[in-house]
Write a protein that binds this ligand. Structure first.
Ligand code: MG
Length: 455
């Protein structure tokens, strides 16, 4: 059995994610790093304290000193780990429903543990061979409130004062303790909704995808704000609406920042994931830079390998000069700075980014068929698109970049029994045509495998 998925350990509380497992993760991490300090923090979920206590107990049993950072957003934990820790643990299920929770482990740079490191933790857990500290080797739990220090670090980095009016929707999550205060200190007029901590997520679903936050468009117009920002449960993600109440889609947000960084540096490399759009490539290439795509959940490898000046997955932006973790607070600060310095409303800035047409759908597929389905689909689509394929990327599934700028991505979900089909067309018609083809090929492959098994 695998414990870690693409986003650490995550699942239903007291089913997959239990106190027993949390205890083992604590013991395993302590065994792995042998000695030193580990920062521990949690989000606002009802089950987070329960898991936190188990993890701290596990760490202490191996002789690790624990720096307990309390209820803070994930980017603050990552920052705190780089400042004070030899490793860090965040207790959160990010944007999952309130019935779930999870555990994410970070290294001393504030980067989520690499695959090999997670496998090592798993190996220790399955072996059951943990380090045991003698009674006089057991260390302390030091409680530390880092919120003001973290906000100060973001303020220093962003280095900007504003008078913009901002609507913040914190999903009743951990961002509530940072975002309103950060923006207030920048000088912004802040209006909040869903900004009291509540593990039931009473305001809205914690995933800031458009369907869950569409109401913000109307609110933006009614309140006359310059932009609206929505976060997920642990506040590493950010979603944005412009002053007209239009949702700034995730690829456009990435492209805005990619453009900014490339222009600032007169080129440079940008790292993004396999599922983002070619508008990013377009603006980066125009600015004299280069885009590299890496598997989901592994932007940090890419940053180091390609010496990237900026990296992002949808909704998750990394500013390497500040830190190698996803930092929504730096993102919101810099976005405000970008608007002010251009002297243009956000809707105008967005117009500078080309628009393409994206569609994402899932095909249900049992775990054991995933590999075969991907093989069949790649073969069939390669045949069908033969002359148009410009580039083939085979990192987590496959992606065909086509000569007209459209692309097709078919990849296995890392967390669910699904195959994801993503298509971006340079025109609406092209999108429809390519999507129909790709969806049919994948669905047929799943059907065929099911029938073969029954026969
Ligand atoms: Mg998150």
């Amino acid at each position: 059995m695998k414990l870690f998925g693409t986003a650490g350990i995550r699942g239903p509380i007291n089913e997959k994610v239990t106190v027993d497992l949390a205890l083992k993760v604590g013991k395993s991490l302590g065994t792995y790093i042998r000695d030193g300090k580990v920062t521990v923090a949690r989000d606002a979920r009802t089950s987070s304290i329960m898991l936190e206590n188990a993890i701290i107990s596990g760490l202490l049993s191996t002789g690790i000193e624990v720096i307990s950072l309390g209820l803070i957003p994930t980017p603050a934990l990552a920052w705190g780990t780089k400042q004070f820790g030899d490793a860090g643990i965040m207790i959160t299920a990010s944007h999952n429903p309130p019935t779930d929770n999870g555990i994410k482990v970070f290294n001393e740079e504030g980067i989520e543990f690499y695959l090999e490191q997670e496998e090592e933790l798993e190996r220790i857990i399955f072996s059951g061979e943990y380090k045991r500290a003698a009674w006089d080797e057991i260390k302390k739990v030091r409680r530390r409130d880092i919120i003001d220090e973290y906000i100060g670090a973001v303020l220093d980095f962003v280095n900007h004062e504003t008078s913009l009016k901002v609507l913040l929707d914190e999903a009743n999550g951990a961002g509530s303790v940072v975002a309103p205060y950060l923006l207030r200190e920048m000088g912004a007029k802040v209006i909040t909704i869903n900004a009291h901590l509540d593990g039931y997520f009473p305001g809205r679903k914690p995933e800031p995808r458009y369907e869950n936050i569409a109401y913000l468009g109307k609110l933006v117009r009614e309140l006359g704000v310059d932009l609206a920002i929505a976060q997920d449960g642990d506040a590493d993600r950010i979603a944005v609406f412009d002053e007209k109440g239009n949702y700034v889609d995730e690829d456009t947000l990435i492209a805005l920042f990619a453009k900014l960084y490339v222009e600032e540096h007169g080129g440079g490399t940008v790292v993004t994931s396999i599922n983002t759009g070619s508008r990013i490539d377009k603006v980066v290439e125009e600015g004299g830079g280069k885009v590299y795509r890496v598997p989901l959940g592994q932007p940090h490898d890419g940053i180091k390998r390609y010496n990237a000046i900026f990296a992002a997955e949808p909704w998750k932006l990394i500013h390497p000069k500040f830190g190698l973790w996803i930092d929504s607070f730096v993102t919101m600060g810099l976005l405000i700075k970008l608007i002010d310095e251009n002297g243009k409303p956000l809707s105008e800035l967005v117009k500078g980014i080309p628009t393409y047409y994206l569609i994402k759908e899932n095909v249900k597929c049992p775990e054991e068929y995933k590999k075969a389905v991907l093989d069949i689909a790649q073969h069939e689509l390669q045949k069908a698109l033969m002359d148009e394929i410009k580039e083939v990327l085979t990192i987590s599934g496959f992606r065909f970049n086509l000569s007209d700028g459209s692309w097709v991505l078919v990849r296995p979900s890392g967390t669910e029994p699904k195959i994801r089909v993503v298509v971006e067309g340079v025109t609406e018609k092209r999108k429809e045509q390519l999507f129909k083809l790709a969806y049919r090929v994948v669905s047929k492959a799943v059907e065929r495998l099911k029938q073969n098994e029954q026969a």
